[in-house]
Design a protein around this ligand. Structure first.
Ligand code: PMV
Length: 314
């Protein structure tokens, strides 16, 4: 079974988990599933459970909850062991949301191999979430919402809803990050004095973000996107020890984006658990952003419209 999935870029961020289940979010997130960057995952019966990412055998600890849940729900004649090979068309674990597309593709390929109904996207979203929270959103295409405390995400608008919208990914570094989003979230929650305020403020931003998507109001969505990521990083800077993902070129891009915006270009940036910057813009303005920012990037910028959810290739 082969499953394909794309990253889910949060415009309003999930940062922090609540107690109870696995990867249940403290904050509601609003996200866009990106066309272009793709994880392709092949699952087949094997001798022993094994997972490779880009050809390298990795510790399967992260996917074990998905595999256990699939085995519990699946066809009793499912394979005794599964071999899964996953490939990303973009750098892994560097804050380009490889965990979102990776876990969504993993859950879907393994669910299919065990005879589960892969047209049940809510169930796939629940399974994907067990590997990585943001993967619950990658299951769906277009624009998504994942409510605080919810065990699955949902679609709020299909990819076709906003054809002229673009996200420009600016890869500042291809090095793997030093601290995972999971560790960073837990440390923020445990040690940052700003964490409670972040959680208290989050519902308002999520609702404003969703309304801006519904109105296709890019300026408002851009403003909300900036507020959300900068407040998220404020909680991390308040952690002990402080968590700092930004590199000099991340900050240079933040300033360059502001300069372009003042010059009338549609450009609002966001960042995740890594040094990369992603810029929300239009199809019209995306080439200008690529031209202006290329010299600050480690690899070529990637321009992405909204994309499809997870799908199977047989
Ligand atoms: O689900 P994870 O562990 O990949 O964490 C995602 C965290 C952020 O990317 C920073 C925010 C988000 O909502 O995707």
């Amino acid at each position: 079974m082969t499953a394909l999935a794309h990253p889910s870029l949060a415009l309003v961020k999930y940062w922090g988990k609540v107690d109870g289940g696995i990867n249940l979010p403290a904050t509601t997130s609003i996200a866009i599933t990106l066309a272009g960057p793709t994880t392709t995952t092949v699952a087949r019966a094997g001798e022993a459970d094994r997972l490779t990412v880009d050809g390298v055998v990795v510790d399967a600890e992260r996917v074990r909850p998905i595999l256990s849940a699939v085995r519990a729900a699946g066809d009793a004649r499912g394979p005794a062991a599964v071999v899964v090979d996953s490939r990303n068309s973009f750098p892994t674990a560097a804050g380009l949301a490889s965990s979102a597309s990776g876990m969504a593709a993993y859950a879907t390929a393994v669910a299919a191999l065990h005879g589960l109904d892969t047209t049940d996207l809510v169930n796939l979203s629940r399974l994907a979430r067990l590997g990585s929270g943001s993967a619950s959103r990658s299951v769906f295409g277009g624009f998504t919402r994942w409510d605080a405390g919810a065990d699955h995400a949902r679609q709020i608008a299909p990819p076709e809803w906003w054809p002229e919208l673009r996200v420009v990914i600016l890869p500042v570094s291809v090095a793997a990050k030093e601290i995972s989003s999971r560790e960073a979230m837990n440390a923020t929650r445990a040690t940052s004095p700003y964490y409670a305020e972040w959680v208290a403020d989050a519902p308002t931003l999520a609702d404003e973000g969703e309304q801006a998507v519904a109105r296709r109001d890019l300026e408002r969505l851009g403003e909300v996107t900036r507020l959300s990521y900068l407040r998220m990083f404020a909680t991390m800077l308040g952690a002990n020890p402080p968590i700092v993902y930004w590199l000099p070129n991340s900050v240079a891009i933040q300033h360059e984006v502001a300069r372009l915006r003042r010059a009338g270009i549609a450009a609002w940036e966001t960042m995740d658990a890594g040094p990369q910057v992603k810029v929300l813009t239009t199809a019209n303005d995306a080439p200008r952003i690529v031209e202006e920012m290329r010299h600050l990037c480690a690899t070529e910028p990637i321009v992405c419209p909204a994309g499809a959810g997870v799908r199977l290739e047989r």
